[in-house]
Structures are given as C-alpha cells and as structure tokens.
Design a protein around this ligand. Structure first.
Ligand code: BGC
Length: 679
C-alpha cells in the first residue's frame, strides 16, 4: 500500500506488569506443541463462539469474551441480565472524561461477575455518514473527541483486570455491504481521520485487544491487512495486545497464512481459515514461520495472564452487576449526555408545581430497548427498564394529571425517534434517510396544532432531519438511547432537577445531501460502486470539517447544546506553554439562576501550513459546573501532537513551525474568543 514508514517509539503504560506476564506467557509457549498453538488461535466451535479452546494438558483455561459497548450483552454472557448503560454516542455527548472512566470501571465489574475476561468494546469508528446503522455504538465524527473519551473508558475497564477490545479496525464506517465493501482512503485521510483515535488509544491506554474489521481497506480485507495490522498497529504504534477478527470477518479471505502473517491471533467465531489441517499445510509449505506463529500465540497468552485467566476464579475480584451504583451511573451518563436542541420561550424546565395536565404520546413512550440482539451485538438486557412513561409517572404522581388529549393538556410531550429495528439504528443496516418515519412527523405536527407547548423528546442514536416539523414545536431534546434508567433521566431533565449539559458529538445536517459522503450523490462515495468500492473522496473533510470548509449551515453544529442557565465568557489568554503543549485560560461565569455545566471547546486552525488544513479542528475541551453567580477560570490543555497533520512525504505526523489560531467557544459554530500563537 503506502511505502515503509519510520518507526515510532511506543508508549507502554504498564510495561512493568507486562514484563511479569511476558515471562509467564513465554514459559507456557515454550511447552506448547505446534498443534496446541494452532488450537489456541480460535474457538472450540459453534457452541462456544465467545471463548477460546482450553488446553488441558498445559492447564490453559478458556479465555472468554463478551459484547459490547453498552455493557454486558445478553447473548454473549450466558443470557445474563446486566446493567444497560446509555449508548456510546450518549457518553460522547456528555464530553465528560470521568464519566467515561466510571462507565469503564462499572462495565468491567459486570464482566467479572459473569466470569468473562474481555469486553468487546469500545467502538471507535468515525461517523463518516450520519446514516451508519452503528452510529449509536460509536463516539463521534471527530477523532479527538473519540479518543479523549475512549482512553479513560478503556483505562477504567482495564484497571479492573478486564481487557478492552477496541473495534472495528479500520475504516468500517457503514453497515451496507459491510462484509464485502472496500473503503478506498488516501494515506493522509486514513491516518488523520480514521486511524487517529486508534493510534492515540494504543499509545495512551494500551488496550489488550483490537478487533479487525469486515471490510477491505484499499483493496485488502481488515483481517489480512498487513499494512494496517503488522506495519501500522504493531510496528509503528507498538501495540502489545492481540488482534481478533470480527465474527466471520475471515470468511472471504483466501488463505490461512494471509491472516497469520498480518498478525491475527484469534479467529472468531470458529475456525474458518484457522482449521488445523489448513494451518498445518500452510506451515509445512513454509507459508509462515513458527516465529510468526509464536508471536501471535504469545500475545494472546500474555493477555490471558493479564486478565487472570490462569488464576483460580475464587482468587479474582468477583465483580458485581446490577448494583444500585451501576444503575445510578447509567442514569447520570444518560442525564449528562442529553442534548437540548431547542427551547423556545424557555418552556423547559417544566415546573411541577405550576403544571396541571400533561399529555404523553409517541412510539417510544412505552418502549423497552433492551431485547435480545435488538440493534445487533450491543444488545444488553437489563433486569428492569424505566420507560419514558414509567419515569414520567413517577415524577408526576400526585401532582400532575396525565391526559390523553393533547389539546386539553398544559404541555404535550411526544417520545419520538428510532428503535433499533432494521434501518432504525441497528447493526447490519444503514438508515435510508435522516427523516423520522412519516407517521411520527404527522403525530408531531398534529400535536403541535393542538398544543403550542409541544415538546419532542428524541430517542435515537444518530442525527435526525427536522425540516418537516421543527418550526411547529418549541422544544426538542435529544436523549439518544439512554439505557435502563432512561425514563427517570428524561424526567429529571424535563423538570429541571439537572440542567442539560450534553453537546453534540456529531453534526446534525439539514439534509443528507449536505453531508460529505452523500454530497455527490454518487454510489462511488456511498454506499459503493459496482465493485463495492467506497471512495472517501471528501478526504479529511469529515463531519464539521466538511460543513466549515464548504460553508454549509448545519441544522445543529458539532459541539452544540443548550442548558437552563446562561454563561458569560471572558477573553481567552495563553496561560502557559511548554515544548509540547499550550494551556489556554478562560474566565467563565454562570450569569443565570440555576446550577449548570458548560463545555469550553478549543478548536485550532493552522494559519501557516504547507498543506490544506480544515478551518477548525477540536484540540481541547473542559467541562465545568458552576453555581449561579459563580465565576471560575478554566484552563484547557492543548497538546502539540493534537495540532499535527499527517505528512504523506515522511509518512509521519508533523508539526510545522508557525502560528495557530486557537478558537474558543461553546460549540463549533459559536466561537467567542480567538488567540493566535505559535508553539
Ligand atoms: C460485530 C462485533 C461484535 C461481534 C461479536 C459482530 O457482528 O460487528 O462488533 O463484537 O459481532 O458479537
């Protein structure tokens, strides 16, 4: 593919611990026969598709993994009910690193309690198109926001001795033809947009596994892609964990040695290319060396040691699931992730004391989202799920009457959105457009005619077009998929127990054709040409980078979200500089009457660059809570590495001398202070 890159010095967070695990793994490896090594590289077969084959002779137990990004999935945990956390996009919308870490810790505790060793999460693919069916399982359209939240989440998971498996490596950005399409991406775009979060995660969080994708990248399937896995992930970034295939991703691959030589340690869900006979034949034909094989097995064994596979289960932390703490955390993330998109006339927050009647409608009012495989492999089934109706009833009980006629209600609330069925935010299917189903649009407009105080609560994991109804309603709240405590979280936001503080991690376009992958309307850009090649011709201009560059007004911009209080911002200044960072400082005051949180966002633009750079790129943020009248200065750290671009001549990251314009705001389109400075 691209020519040989320079080596990078890996940063390995737990080098000391690894040294111990290294020795233990090497010792076991030295006693394994060739056949045993082959057996370790896959599952025992159709009945155990989330485990490796134990090797009794050497006392190697089975290593067990489970989905997924929203917590411990039902189908891969022996049908165990566990805490259903909000969708990844909701965590991203919280812009809260500590919440991401706490979620990682809690998910790991749940994993332990179901006796598994690895969480098949987080998903860190970039939102190239807003209709990707798995947008809800990923963080953002922006690599910086993605890695800033994925890193603490992974650190949280692994701090409990449970492995994280970062997926899906790489450029797996749509569900249509996901098992056969070919993402055609130029070198700079690949590194700067689609690999960037993976790289930072590997270097800072040291994930114990990475999952290879289904699709091809520049003509080569993810699980036999030597450039991506061997050269970039392992040699350049210094990845120390092991690579596993996505389920059946090896099917279209022709040879076993293709997977072995690229660095695939674990083929899932069962032997396809890694059948004993095929492996032995390829080995005898000298298609791969024992040294290469040993490295793959060694990587896997070492993670088995790290995750306690070799310990007596009773000697390991037992973990816990469905605790009050985990459920409270799920609720807190849901609350912090909700994005208030419109609040005309300050209709929200509602006042429990002042209201007499409320009407509640919409397809998501009574919906429970946690059902087996609903939405795909991320489906967690919780012991209970507080639907919007239940949450509202709890809140209104004895105070406000629920009426069925919207025209007779003080306020009409509609719970609209998507539902994880095919094409409605689900793995394996993209959405076909950005609109809500027609009947929902009719419902909203009809309600709005009957009641000017109509509130739309969206429960969905991806952007929604609103041109057909937004002007008729004063309030729109995006709750994403808020998890098992959703009804309570929504009620607490609507009634002002907490001020909304979520910010969009993804641009909401006015129409699909405004967004980069759909702009040309040509199949070659989405969903693929007759050869199933998807040409990423928008290059690095993905998400808000595109909307800014092309000067397209989005419906709601990246980073946007309202609250119930007001803030005043001072002028930003440079607080300090080191050789590899700049810290900017900003005074911020809560000038409203409620406690609230704001996210100070710093975007950079390289004013003197030898290559084209986007008008702005997120390079720093801080979330801060302020009481009414409170004033604080907020330092925001910007690391030099986040100001870099990927240089195709040196095949490496580069920071050019010269000035950067730092744009400070509370959304990508509301910049209130600018500083021009060099580093
Ligand atoms: C998904 C993965 C998931 C795997 C195992 C695949 O279909 O793409 O994200 O981890 O199944 O369930």
């Amino acid at each position: 593919m691209f020519s040989k890159p320079p080596e990078e010095i890996p940063i390995v967070a737990d080098e000391i611990q690894l040294a111990t695990e290294d020795a233990r793994a090497r010792e076991i490896l030295s006693r394994m026969t060739l056949k045993e090594k082959f057996q370790t590289l896959t599952s025992p077969g159709i009945r155990r598709i989330y485990s490796t084959k134990p090797i009794k002779r050497l006392g190697i137990p089975s290593f067990r993994v489970t989905d997924g990004p929203l917590g411990v999935a039902y189908h891969s945990s022996g049908f165990t009910k566990c805490t259903r956390f909000p969708a990844t996009i909701s965590v991203a919308a919280s812009w809260n690193r500590e919440l991401a870490r706490a979620m990682g810790i809690a998910m790991a505790e749940e994993i332990r309690s179901v006796n598994r060793h690895m969480l098949l999460a987080p998903g860190v693919n970039i939102a190239r198109t807003p209709v990707n069916g798995r947008t809800f399982e990923y963080f953002s359209e922006d690599p910086y926001l993605t890695k800033e939240l994925a890193i603490p989440l992974i650190q949280g998971v692994q701090s409990k001795g449970v492995g994280a498996c970062v997926k899906h490596y790489a450029a797996n950005n749509q569900e249509i033809d996901r098992r056969s399409n070919n993402s055609v991406v130029d070198e700079r775009t690949l590194h700067e947009i689609y690999l960037r979060a993976f790289r930072e995660i590997v270097r800072e969080a040291n994930p114990w596994s990475v999952m290879g994708c289904y699709n091809k990248v520049n003509g080569v399937f993810g699980c036999e892609n030597e450039y991506l896995i061997r050269e970039v992930l392992m040699d350049r970034w210094g990845f120390k964990g092991f690579v596993m295939s996505d389920w059946f991703a090896t099917r279209p691959i022709e040879t076993a040695e293709g997977c072995i030589n690229c660095g695939l340690s674990l083929e899932m869900p069962w032997p396809i290319r890694y059948k004993q006979k095929a492996l032995m034949k390829a080995f005898e034909d000298a298609k791969f060396t024992e040294e290469t094989l040993d490295d793959l097995v060694f990587r896997l064994l070492r993670v088995m040691f790290l995750t306690g596979v070799f310990e007596e289960p009773s000697a390991l932390p037992q973990g816990s699931r469905n605790t009050a703490e985990h459920q409270a955390l799920a609720q807190r993330i849901a609350v912090e992730g909700m994005v208030l998109l419109k609040n005309e006339g300050d209709l929200l927050p509602l006042n429990l004391e002042g209201l007499k009647t409320v009407s509640l409608t919409g397809p998501n009012l009574k919906k429970k989202f946690g059902r087996v495989l609903s939405g795909g492999s991320s489906a967690v089934v919780a012991p209970h799920e507080i639907t919007p109706l239940k949450g509202m009833k709890e809140k209104l009980k004895g105070k406000v009457e629920i009426v069925s006629d919207a025209s007779k209600a003080d306020v009409a609330i509609i719970f609209a959105g998507l539902n994880h069925s095919k094409g409605m935010d689900s793995e394996s299917y993209d959405r076909t457009n950005l609109q809500l189903p027609e009947e929902q649009i009719e419902l909203i407009n009809a309600n709005a005619k009957d009641n000017p105080n109509t509130i739309v609560v969206l429960i969905a994991g991806s952007p929604i077009a609103m041109d057909k109804w937004i002007d008729s309603v004063p309030v729109v709240l995006d709750a994403w998929f808020p998890g098992m405590e959703s009804g309570r979280a929504i009620a607490n936001i609507l009634f002002g127990d907490v001020s909304p503080s979520g910010k969009l991690p993804i641009t909401f376009p006015q129409k699909l054709a405004d967004s980069p992958a759909h702009h040309s309307g040509l199949p070659r850009n989405y969903p693929g040409d007759e050869e199933k090649a998807v040409h990423y011709e928008e290059g690095i201009f993905v998400g808000y980078r595109w909307f800014d560059e092309k000067e397209i007004a989005p419906l709601f911009p990246f980073g946007f979200g309202l609250g119930y209080t007001t803030f005043a911002f001072g002028d930003a200044s440079v607080l300090s500089k080191t050789s590899d960072s700049i810290t900017v400082n900003l005074e911020i005051e809560n000038t409203g009457e409620r406690t609230g949180a704001e996210v100070v966002q710093v975007y950079s633009h390289d004013v003197q660059s030898s290559v084209e750079r986007p008008p702005k790129e997120l390079v720093g943020f801080e979330k801060i809570v302020l009481n009414p009248g409170e004033r604080k200065s907020v330092p925001v750290l910007i690391k030099a590495k986040d100001l870099m671009f990927y240089d195709v001549h040196s095949h490496d990251w580069r920071l050019e001398p010269g000035e950067f314009e730092l744009q400070i705001g509370n959304s990508s389109r509301n910049i209130f202070s600018k500083i021009t400075t060099g580093i």
